[in-house]
Design a protein around this ligand. Structure first.
Ligand code: HEC
Length: 132
């Protein structure tokens, strides 16, 4: 009996494990909330980041449009995508996002991303940057 329960728990845990690995990243559920929380203060349409760079995180279309110089998301290639490069610290420190000035964090205007959040954005781009 106990063995049976242990077995069932293991099967359920294994299913969750596999499910967790296979579920594609969702723009609506995973990416937009993250961008809104960490970047929205400066990158909604009238924010200082949007004004300075043209990059808005107000919605999928804006994110895909990129900055006034062009796209920052290259579907399928996070390494070529400036959106990933600026949050992963693969660019000059001055343009690392969110800006690494502690004042702006202290003012509550931006939140540094965790490694997991950076990884989710990377995976979303590598999975084709879909509006899913
Ligand atoms: C405190 C305000 C602030 C926050 C928070 C912020 N940004 Fe920015 N962002 C800016 C400013 C200002 C610029 C223009 C700076 C520049 O290009 O030198 C910019 C520029 C950018 C650019 C264009 C970089 C380029 O190629 O020139 C991207 C992409 C970007 N931000 C993404 C993000 C992302 C993603 C987040 C959230 C994780 C974020 N930003 C959070 C202020 C902010």
């Amino acid at each position: 009996m106990t063995a049976n329960i242990v077995y069932r728990v293991c099967v359920v845990a294994l299913c969750f494990g596999l499910f967790g690995c296979e579920r594609p990243v969702s723009y609506a559920n995973d990416i937009q909330p993250l961008l809104t929380e960490s970047c929205g203060n400066c990158h909604f349409r009238t924010g200082e980041g949007s004004i300075a760079s043209g990059f808005s995180v107000s919605g999928y279309d804006d994110v895909m449009k990129g900055t006034s110089l062009g796209p920052v998301v290259i579907p399928g290639s996070s390494e070529s995508s400036n959106l990933y490069r600026v949050i992963a610290g693969k660019v000059a420190p001055e343009i690392r996002m969110p800006p690494h000035h502690i004042e702006s964090w202290a003012e509550g205007r931006g939140k540094p991303l965790t490694d997991e959040q950076v990884a989710v954005i990377k995976r979303w781009i590598d999975e084709g940057a879909k509006n899913n």
